[in-house]
Write a protein that binds this ligand. Structure first.
Ligand code: ZN
Length: 251
């Protein structure tokens, strides 16, 4: 079983390196007692980076996935180093931060966009997918082209007047009473989920989510929206980060 350390709170998403112990060694992969590497899921791609045994060259983490209660880090590297990996060994994990921070910016941007679309049009998001420097979201209906300019203005506003973002666990009953629950209602939470991990953009959105997010909407930066593309079931909206290499603010 792996402790999903990146979930703890919003600041845990900013941890770039950590120590952990090896608890299993499936072929070509490593399982740790805790990890800050995000495993693919919920529309957010996995992290990449390295794992290093003290005094040896790092090996690459090329894929990360969930397997039951464990997180499996698929690795590639020197066979000599890989043979040194043993149960109980301590490793230092280091994230490919450029990639991860981009995913955090995209993910918070996606929540904000889904929330603003819902508040302007009552259209809910069926599915969202982050990839590279952009993201797509599938809506349950058609979005009028006149709404796009308003949504771009919403992003500019979120940068001019940053809103704090928080991640926390709330009791299921509290979630079910939440006024924001309607916008995510197309993807019902399984009834056994209690407590619910929610990501909250102050005064704008609360959404059940196990992803990694920014601490403020001010870190999203400028975003460009593509024209709505009709698909079966509703429009697909794409957006991308204008400055994908924006550095992480300190503090
Ligand atoms: Zn999410």
């Amino acid at each position: 079983m792996t402790d999903l350390a990146y979930l703890t709170d919003i600041e845990a998403a900013y941890v770039r390196s950590f120590r952990a112990r090896v608890t299993a060694l499936p072929p070509g992969a490593i399982v740790l007692d805790q990890t800050y590497f995000y495993p693919t899921g919920g529309g957010q791609p996995n992290d990449r980076g390295t794992l290093q045994l003290a005094g040896l060259e790092p090996i690459d983490v090329v894929d990360v996935s969930k397997s039951g209660p464990s997180v499996v880090h698929r690795v590639r590297g020197s066979p000599v180093v890989l043979r040194q990996m043993s149960l109980g060994a301590e490793v230092e994990g280091t994230l490919d931060w450029e990639r991860r921070y981009r995913h955090m910016r995209l993910h918070t941007a996606q929540h904000l966009l889904s929330a603003r679309i819902f508040s302007r049009t009552r259209l809910r998001t069926r599915k969202a997918q982050l990839a590279g420097t952009g993201a797509s979201l599938d809506l349950e209906g058609a979005l009028g082209p006149e709404v796009l300019a308003l949504l771009e203005e919403d992003f500019a506003e979120a940068e001019r007047h940053p809103r704090p973002v928080r991640a926390r666990l709330i009791p299921r009953a509290e979630w079910d009473r939440n006024p924001f629950a309607e916008r995510t209602g197309l993807v019902p939470l399984p009834s056994h989920v209690d407590p619910v991990r929610v990501v909250e953009i102050e005064s704008a959105d609360i959404c059940p989510c196990g992803g990694t997010h920014l601490r403020s909407t001010g870190e999203i930066g400028r975003v460009t929206l593509g024209p709505p593309v009709p698909t079966t079931g509703g429009d697909r909206i794409t957006f991308s980060l204008v400055d994908p290499l924006r550095p992480t603010p300190t503090g």
